[in-house]
Each structure stands twice: as structure tokens, then as C-alpha cells.
Design a protein around this ligand. Structure first.
Ligand SMILES: *Cc1c(COP(=O)(O)O)cnc(C)c1O
Length: 372
């Protein structure tokens, strides 16, 4: 069966556990959680979450209610936060599975308050917007909420968070602006029953911005999966993902011949092509056409021509004939080229590469060991 697959995606679970340990140390004494939304950035939320749970992680962040419901049986006792908020009419389902809705509007807060009044009070979190202008209470609504204790009456608010817009850029003045606003806003609250919630601001990059940004809990995702947290700084994370394609055919080409749709690459002399069995349907971005490279027997082979749905082509004319044979593996992500490298060539970010990884790969998980 493995031979029939044209590409192999290897996910190193031990490296994920090690990255969790590195991040936990980085944010200590704050607690380290984990963002496992979008199927743990495409790597398999069920597998990844149980590895992280064994490594000591007890706080999981997902985007949607469906993701939270799927995760619940995997980590029955952990805190699961639903970042996208409380969908209308979903309070009962959320409460029944002990999920923590991240309430982001006054309407959601009112829905949850009504639920807590009629059923049993259940914990919730708040998202406070400090500059992302994405989800979360506006500054004005936050001030209103802090000034009117009735609005939160009977809701155990266990956590309040905000999200940084520019945390991968240490020098960006937006970071300190958001930090200052988050502090000022959270300090306005007479928290119900005097129970101050735990606070968080740091996703992956925020973990590396200094202790001011750590608060009580961190919410890294990308860095757990090996992506570089800070622009222009060495990546402290262990690589997690490797992707190998396979050579389906090797062909000689002559001066003046072209390759692929649109005939966008023309050979300036005799050369040789490796036809590789992955394409944009597998998450190899079309923007990699005539850009970037793959590695064959450790040697760089430039991508030539457009990426097709199921195929791509690389120039191997400079490699010795014995170095490449039909059936040989081709490194697309691995020791010579990280996810971030590939993303740069594709004109995107590592996050998009990971979450686009295709469903046709043979997936191999390297075990994390009994206790990571
Ligand atoms: C996705 C997300 C995270 C994790 O971000 P990374 O950059 O992947 O570490 C944390 N918090 C919120 C609110 C998010 O949406």
C-alpha cells in the first residue's frame, strides 16, 4: 500500500511534545495552552491534542463549536475554549459538554447569562478587542460591561483574553499599545464575586515578546507545529512536518521545449525533468510555479513550469543520472527546506501551507513516546 501513494506526510509527535515543553518553559510561571483549531493546523487535532495532553497541556483553543465537540472525547477533563464565540441557540450544547465559550459581543454575554439563570451557571471567557478589529468586545462595549455589573451577573467569567495584531514583529509599537489598553480595560471590572479571571494575550509570537505579554496563560498554535514565531530571529522550535513527493517520470528535454500549462518555462538548452506526483490539489501552492525548489538526493532542483492539480515538475538537469530514478522520494518540506521557507517562496505564511496540506498524502505519525 505505501508504494501506491505518491507522497508521504510525516508528522513528528515527539517534536510537538518537545515544542510544548519549550513554550511552557518560555512562558513560565504562566500556564501554556495550545491552539488546535483547524484540525491542529492540518496535522490532526485528535492525535495532536492527546499528545499535548500527555505532555501536560490542559487548555485547548479551537475556533468552532464543531471542533470543540469533536475534541471533547479526546481530552475529557481539559478546558476547551471556543474562540469564535457562542453561536445563537448553542448555549445548551456548549454547556452540556463543559466547553468554555469565548464571548465576544454583548448579545453573546446576554445569551450566556440567560442560560446561566435558567440552567446551572457555567464558566465563560471574554474576548476583548484591543486592535485586531476581528472578534471581541469593542473598547466602548468593554467599558459599558465593566460599568454595569448586572450585565455579567451570575456568569462565572474564568478567563479574559485579547489578541495581538503584530506580535511577530517585536519592534512594532502596536504591541505595547494593545498591552496597555488590555491592562486598562481589564482593570476597570469589579469582577463578579471579586473573582478575577485569568488573563491571556500571547499566541506563538507573544510568547517571545517578554513576560509582560504572558499574563496567566499562553495560547500558542503555530510554534507548537514548528513554525517560526518571530520574523528575523532564529527559529527556536523543533521542525514537525516533513513532506516527500515521488518521481513519477524522468524526461529529457531539448533547447526550446517548454513545460506545463501555459508553456511558461522554456529550456535554454538540453536538460532533464523530474515529474513529481503532487500538485495544488495537495496543497502545493500554484504560486510556486517557476519559483522555489524541491530537493532530490539532497540537491536543490528548481521548480519549473506551473504547478498542476496533481503534478509538478523540477529541473534535475544538473544532477547526475544515478542520483535520481523513477520512484525516488523528493523533499518538498524537510531538512533542506522548512515550512516557512516554502511559504516564503509561495508568497504566503507557514500557517497557510500547513492548513492546506492535502488529504491524499500517506500520513505517518512519529510517536511521542509514553511520556514526552
Ligand atoms: C489562532 C489563534 C491563536 C494561536 O495563534 P498562533 O499564532 O498560531 O500561535 C491564539 N489565539 C487566538 C485568539 C487565535 O485566533
Amino acid at each position: 500500500m505505501p508504494d501506491a501513494s505518491t507522497a508521504v506526510l510525516t508528522i513528528d509527535l515527539a517534536a510537538i511534545a518537545e515544542n510544548y515543553r519549550i513554550l511552557s518553559e518560555q512562558v513560565a510561571p504562566a500556564t501554556c495552552g495550545a491552539a488546535v483549531k483547524a484540525d491542529a493546523y492540518g496535522l490532526g487535532a485528535a492525535t495532536v491534542a492527546s499528545v499535548l495532553h500527555r505532555a501536560g497541556c490542559d487548555h485547548f483553543f479551537v475556533a468552532t463549536l464543531d471542533e470543540a465537540l469533536a475534541l471533547r472525547p479526546i481530552v475529557p477533563t481539559a478546558q476547551i475554549y471556543v474562540l469564535n464565540g457562542l453561536p445563537a441557540g448553542a448555549a445548551e450544547a456548549v454547556a452540556a459538554e463543559n466547553l468554555i465559550p469565548v464571548l465576544g459581543t454583548l448579545e453573546q454575554i446576554e445569551d450566556w447569562r440567560q442560560h446561566c439563570r435558567t440552567a446551572r451557571p457555567k464558566p465563560a471567557a471574554l474576548m476583548i478587542d484591543t486592535g485586531m478589529s476581528r472578534l471581541g468586545l469593542s473598547e466602548k462595549d468593554t467599558v459599558r460591561l465593566a460599568g454595569d455589573p448586572a450585565l455579567l451577573q451570575g456568569i462565572p467569567i474564568v478567563h479574559a483574553m485579547s489578541h495581538l495584531a503584530c506580535s511577530d514583529d517585536e519592534a512594532n509599537p502596536m504591541n505595547i499599545r494593545q498591552l496597555t489598553l488590555f491592562r486598562a480595560l481589564t482593570e476597570r471590572f469589579p469582577w463578579p464575586g471579586g473573582a478575577k479571571p485569568t488573563l491571556s494575550m500571547a499566541a506563538s509570537s507573544g510568547c517571545f515578546l517578554g513576560t509582560d505579554y504572558h499574563f496567566d496563560l499562553a495560547r500558542p498554535g503555530a510554534s507548537l507545529y514548528g513554525l517560526e514565531p518571530m520574523i528575523g530571529r532564529p527559529n527556536p522550535m523543533r521542525p514537525v512536518v516533513a513532506l516527500e513527493g515521488k518521481i513519477l517520470q524522468i524526461r529529457d528535454v531539448d533547447l526550446g521545449m517548454t513545460v506545463g500549462y501555459g508553456a511558461t518555462h522554456q529550456f535554454k538548452g538540453r536538460s532533464r525533468l523530474a515529474v513529481i506526483g503532487v500538485g495544488y490539489a495537495d496543497g502545493i501552492f500554484r504560486s510556486l510555479g517557476n519559483r522555489g525548489a524541491v530537493f532530490v538526493a539532497g540537491e536543490r532542483a528548481p521548480i519549473v513550469g506551473r504547478i498542476s492539480m496533481d503534478l509538478m515538475t523540477a529541473d534535475i538537469g544538473h544532477l547526475s543520472l544515478s542520483a535520481c530514478r523513477v520512484g525516488d522520494p523528493v523533499e518538498i518540506i524537510g531538512p533542506h527546506q522548512s515550512v516557512d521557507d516554502l511559504a516564503r517562496d509561495a508568497g504566503t505564511i507557514g500557517y497557510e501551507i500547513l492548513t492546506a496540506l492535502g488529504s491524499r498524502y500517506l500520513r505517518r505519525y512519529h510517536a511521542a513516546g509514553p511520556r514526552a
